[in-house]
Write a protein that binds this ligand. Structure first.
Ligand code: NDP
Length: 394
């Protein structure tokens, strides 16, 4: 059962429907049923049933889960709903998967503590929760696990590099849910070094990094949630950072949005109506799901790693490039939704085929990366690796 019929939900619907050997019956449920119906019609073949559900409401979720009886709930609505959906899974004994950590509505946190606190309850119930199974978090964490398993005795320096060199033709639009995206990008920067978290001003640290098939792009250190679990699960890491590219035009829009108060998540009273400025902004920005048709260019996301193998220092770069147009031709969605929806589908496959199955709450890097990495290559996100390069990230 898929919850959420946005850009990512559309990709997951297409991809799960294409694999009946694993996903025998599929339900797509979301707040606006008509969006589910549109996607179901687009996929065709009567593969997808649809329903309306408010995922903030546990009893509603429980009722729908009890009537459809899924083996797994694949949550690609918003991070605000992680805990209500986990509660409903606990009540009904159904496995859970998501692509983003729980976020309280009133405070941007980007941390796993709330979801990790479900560990004992999931274990006792004999069900599994797989957290953060998109691209980043998700594939970047699995790339790191692959590097640790096959190429390093100790990982010392990890730089996750995320470039979107796409052009959607709009002066300003976000590639996934604007509320979550703007909250993530406008927060202070943070990276991990020698056992401590170092905080920076937003976009304070930058470098022009070279991306394969793209060239140099200005890249900024921002905080990203997978850093928290990666430094815990790979304790040899001395420094871990996350870099994301932003164009000048994008950052200028963002600065203005912030300066005039439109990025605020504090409700204001407008003529007797409570309005959250960021939610209002979301309503006037282009729907990320609609960007695909005219989106050109590609994304390039990967991990640049320095560490030790057989007593010698080694550098390693593993990445995937994804073309927006190719993603659109296959799933009617742009590359950012595609690079999230494909790994979510593979994660669900790993669980439903018992290759990744253990009661409790887990981040993706805690499992054997090999079967997941093999699926990436055949399900639309092939990866490439390079050894002993000058990694440029200093
Ligand atoms: P969208 O905003 O396009 O879609 C969100 C969907 O969730 C919409 O269909 C929306 O319904 C639905 N929804 C929202 N609230 C509720 C609710 N209370 N009950 C039921 N349905 C609800 O987002 P995206 O598809 O771009 O992103 C989906 C998720 O993927 C997000 O959590 C995002 O953070 C995550 N993500 C993860 C990435 C990764 O690499 N790990 C990268 C990109 C995104 P409605 O249409 O009615 O508003």
């Amino acid at each position: 059962m898929i919850i959420g019929a946005g850009g990512v939900g559309r990709v997951v619907a297409h991809k799960t429907a294409a694999h009946p050997e694993v996903f025998g019956e599929i339900m797509l449920a979301s707040r606006t049923k008509s969006k589910c119906d549109d996607i179901a019609a687009e996929v065709g073949g009567g593969r997808i049933q649809t329903a309306r559900v408010d995922a903030d409401n546990v009893p509603e979720l429980v009722e729908l889960i009890r009537s459809f009886k899924p083996d797994l709930v694949l949550h690609v609505a918003l991070p605000y709903q992680d805990l209500t959906i986990m509660d409903a899974c606990l009540e009904t004994g159904v496995h859970y998967l998501d692509t983003a950590n729980y976020e309280p509505k009133d405070e941007a946190k980007f941390e796993y503590s709330w979801q990790w606190a479900y560990q004992d309850r999931f274990k006792e119930k004999g069900i599994m929760a797989l957290l953060g199974c998109g691209f980043d978090p998700g594939v970047t964490s699995i790339f790191t696990a692959h590097a640790a398993k096959h190429h390093f005795d100790e990982i010392h320096y990890l730089d996750i590099v995320d470039c979107n060199a796409g052009d959607h033709g709009h002066p300003f639009a976000t590639n996934f849910n604007p509320e979550i995206n703007i909250r993530e990008i406008t927060q202070k920067g943070r990276y991990y070094e020698n056992g401590k978290w170092i905080e920076t001003e937003p976009h304070e640290i930058w470098q022009d990094l070279n991306y394969p098939n793209i060239g140099a792009r200005r890249s900024y250190v921002i905080y990203h949630e997978e850093l928290e679990s990666l430094v815990k699960n790979f304790p040899s890491i001395k420094r871990a950072r996350f870099w994301m590219t932003f164009g000048e035009e994008y950052l200028t829009h963002l600065r203005v949005i912030q300066n005039i108060g439109m990025a605020s998540i504090e409700p204001i009273n407008y003529k007797g109506t409570e309005i959250v400025p960021l939610k209002f902004l979301k309503a006037v920005l282009p729907d990320p799901g609609s960007l695909g048709e005219n989106y050109s260019g590609e994304t390039s996301i990967g991990c640049r790693i320095r560490g030790i193998k057989d007593g010698k220092e080694r550098t390693y770069y593993i990445y995937n490039n994804c073309k927006h147009q190719q993603a659109f031709e296959e799933t009617n969605s742009q590359g950012v939704s595609y690079t999230t929806g494909v790994p979510a589908t593979i994660g669900a496959m790993m669980m439903l085929t018992d290759q990744w199955m253990q009661p409790g709450v887990f981040n993706v890097e805690e499992f054997n990366p090999d079967p997941f990495m093999a699926k990436l290559n055949i399900m639309g996100l092939p990866w490439h690796e390079r050894f002993d390069l000058d990694l440029e990230v200093s």
